[in-house]
Design a protein around this ligand. Structure first.
Ligand code: GLA
Length: 485
């Protein structure tokens, strides 16, 4: 317990658990699919203190390495251990069958997009900051075919009683959050189509059938997966010219403006642009994307996602209130976003806020940006095991300064770390949902047992634990010609 207390309660205002941070490497924004090479003086999420090196927790110093980056990484073949709790991967076949049952014909293709797990970088994406998500193995599949009569039909294997038929004209005319007639799951794909149509896509009509391995409402951003699979399908079938980056932006726009959920840009970009065996360093200020290697298995490690089964929606007050606080703090500091506040300038900024709550919010955002960069630097050097303390420091900051944790998330983190996880934190918006833990393979069973036991003893509902490996982003899974029969 001593180690746990130190990790969770010690060094409260040190963003990195005592580490110096990497920085001083600026990578210019890139065009889609363009491969650029960072130069010595370039920086992604520039580290405000300007240090050009990162110090390992053990005290060793490592020079920054430069590596090319791209939106689609080269093929990698990490060792895979499919997680049975993600549904067994039956969805691609099921969606074809469901489409045939609904329409009497085969779909023109099947497209899919993954859920996301955010390794670190929480509540930074709407502050112009950096995030480091990876794609979950579980995916949402969309079987799609061109339809007729300017009509969109939507059917979900998971919600068979909630079919929707919408006219393209009516969809295009919908405006503003709440202006749409459709609620529930179908609002998300319709929001993406709404944004595509408004951006110039033309389409005779579409039939869409959805199936998913992603546990609904589990905090792995099943909504972004659904939006991105739909966006890709519509782009290909309607011959709409949009890059994956643009599709991610349109999917977010649909969720913000059509569905009325005020999410930031992280989830859609993760679903579109993550690649197998990598976490995606996404600088939301300039849009830079860098694929950072993340193959825990080759380091004897695993990422365990702990679903507390406590559910909160982004529409609920907490998320919106945090966004407003950050905007208010930026306004008081005279900066466009909190990203402009550096670690070095944090003390002065805190002094100018005149509000203890805003001070805590700002401290979280600024220190979290530093932790993201530190973790990215460690991944780049293959030092995955050095990431643990930064994860736990992130949780502490989210719990104490941003105040978005809850007893179940705190217990998931403390019990996992106590049982030997190298680090753990809540992942996603917080207020419930998931925690993640970085666990040595040899301790996985002990950590699982400790977390379940702690939940039992606290009288909480049994958590659901899943192993996740960084997986592929959105893609077309099959064309009509390969669908068979
Ligand atoms: C949700 C939102 C994201 C991001 C996270 C918090 O997942 O959809 O945009 O703000 O919360 O990091």
């Amino acid at each position: 317990m001593a180690r746990l207390e130190e990790t969770l309660h010690g060094r409260r205002h040190d963003p990195t658990g005592g580490e110096r941070l990497a920085g001083d490497r600026r990578v210019p924004g890139t065009g889609e699919n363009r491969v650029s090479t960072p130069t010595r003086n370039d920086s992604v999420c520039p580290q405000p203190r300007g240090a050009a090196e990162i110090e390992h927790p053990e005290g060793r110093t490592h020079p920054l390495s430069s590596r090319p980056f791209e939106i689609m990484a080269p093929e990698t073949t990490p060792r895979r251990r499919p997680d049975p709790s993600t549904g067994g991967g039956q969805a691609p076949g099921r969606v074809v069958e469901a489409f045939r049952e609904r329409t009497g014909r085969l779909p023109d293709g099947v497209w899919s997009a993954p859920g996301r797990v955010n390794l670190i970088g929480e509540h930074t994406d709407y502050n112009g900051g950096c995030v480091l998500p990876f794609a979950a193995p579980a995916r949402t599949y969309v079987g799609a075919g061109l339809g007729k009569e300017e009509t969109i039909t939507l059917h979900s294997v998971q919600f068979p009683a909630e079919d929707v038929v919408a006219s393209l004209e009516g969809l295009l005319a919908a405006s503003g959050p709440g202006g749409q007639a459709v609620r529930g799951w179908a609002a998300y794909p319709l929001g993406t189509l709404w944004a595509l149509l408004r951006d110039g896509a033309t389409c005779p009509g579409l039939d869409l059938v959805v199936d998913s391995d992603l546990p609904a409402g589990s905090g792995l951003s099943s909504s972004a997966a659904l939006e991105c699979a739909t966006g890709l399908a519509a782009r290909d079938l309607c011959r709409f010219d949009a890059t994956p980056r643009r599709l991610a932006e349109l999917a977010q726009k649909g969720e913000n403006e059509y569905v009325g959920v005020p999410c930031g840009p992280m989830d859609q970009m993760a679903a579109m642009a993550c690649t197998e065996g990598h976490a995606l360093l996404f600088d939301t200020r300039d849009g830079t994307l860098v694929q950072e290697p993340l193959e825990p298995a080759s380091h004897g490690l695993e990422v365990l996602v702990i679903d507390t089964r406590v559910r909160r929606a982004l529409r609920d007050g907490g998320y919106v209130e945090r966004r407003r606080s950050c905007e208010e703090a930026a306004r008081r500091l005279g900066v466009p976003t909190l990203r402009e506040v550096s670690g070095a300038g944090l003390g002065k900024a805190l002094g100018g806020l005149g509000d203890p709550v805003l001070e805590r919010r700002v401290r979280h955002v600024v220190t979290e940006n530093e932790r993201v960069l530190a973790v990215a630097g460690l991944l780049r050097r293959g030092q995955v095991d050095g990431v643990g303390p930064l994860l736990t420091a992130s949780h502490r900051s989210l719990r104490d300064d941003f105040e978005v944790s809850c007893p179940e998330l705190d217990l998931a983190v403390t019990s996992a770390v106590h049982a030997g996880a190298l680090g753990a934190r809540l992942t996603g918006a917080g207020f419930g949902g998931n925690a993640l833990a970085l666990v040595p393979v040899a301790l996985e069973r002990a950590v699982r047992a400790a977390v379940e036991d702690a939940f039992d003893r606290a009288g909480f509902a049994r958590p659901v634990l899943r192993l996740v490996e960084p997986s592929a982003g959105a893609r077309r899974d099959s064309a009509a010609a390969t669908l068979g029969g």
